[in-house]
Ligand binder design. Sequence first.
Ligand code: PHB
Length: 391
Amino acid sequence: MRTQVGIVGAGPAGLVLSHLLAERGIDSVVVETRGRQEIEQTMRAGVLEQGTVELLTAMGVGERALTEGARHEGIELRFGGQGHRIDFAKLADRAVWLYPQHEVLKDLIAARLATGADIRFDVTDVSLRDVTSDEPVIAFTEADGTRVELRCDVIAGCDGSGGVSRHTIPDDQRTDYFRVYPFGWFGILAEAPRSSDELVYAHSERGFALISTRTPQVQRMYFQCDPRERAEDWSDDRIWAELNARVAGDGFTLAEGRIFDRGVIPMRSYVCEPMRHGRLFLAGDAAHTVPPTGAKGLNLAVADVVVLARALESFFATGSTDLLDAYGPTASRRVWRAQHFSWWMTSMLHTDPAGSAFDLKRQLGELELLTSTTAAATHLAEAYTGWPIEL
Ligand code: PHB
């Protein structure tokens, strides 16, 4: 089998890339180890930057995000028992949309399949070969057991942090920039009404908490915990007491309800450089991970493939590799900005188990600055709603 661009992974990066390539008349095949149902039903977060929504809309797949997603023109930062609103619309003239990632994936898969796109779900034993040659190969086994060798001009590695793509770059030719945080997030899904119209990011002496939402009936909440915490050790009462203690103050009340899902999420920052090895190009989580505090993961994946699609368009039209050569350096500028933003939000809002009273006071000083000066608040508003994509 042959295609122009072999795409490993049907997540946001792989599917958006396949779509952008099709718009440019470039052929691709997407290879995915998970099943379609699994991808479409794993409830994932989705804070979409305005630029991401605009891109999906231009691609003809933004309709449901706009109508069923919720436009948020701000967030609340809570500290010292008080809420402070960061007004994105006023400060940056931009907004974000809350629309879960798996819904974005449903829209993308439906749109791709409607035009006869080739997406192979449920494949196994994926490996990449000859990536430094002119004809790299994705080898895999189909769901029915058929072994396939997919010969490509270029491979896009969009298979996330656990995929094979990243590891295809030899260890001695790859630098892994890695940071593990000394805390995790205890996340719950609860059947409850919304406690707030906007997301609440709370700093407290007991640690960080985030009040988010999925639907009017289902709420998503997190609180900072020890990364080795076992979710099953926590009773519902203890979870609600902890969440309440962290958001308490100025009359804020948390709407409680049946907790039907719980888990502990590790927090890490990671970047792989270079993002390219021969004819293999990494995009999205295959190349980088951000802690969820800045809500940048999906948006960063989309920004990567916008740059990659343009580079591939130029390559197939002219044979020149100039833009392909520039892909890593160009994408990596945004990646490191987003790394900084995610690390900064994380460091400012979480309590460091090894920190001192000084650190706590310093964080409060920073939050006070952020919520009382236009310059500092504008920085947050611009970063959270997303910088323009640099090509
Ligand atoms: C979520 O809704 O799961 C969520 C929202 C905002 C974040 C992280 C996660 O920063």
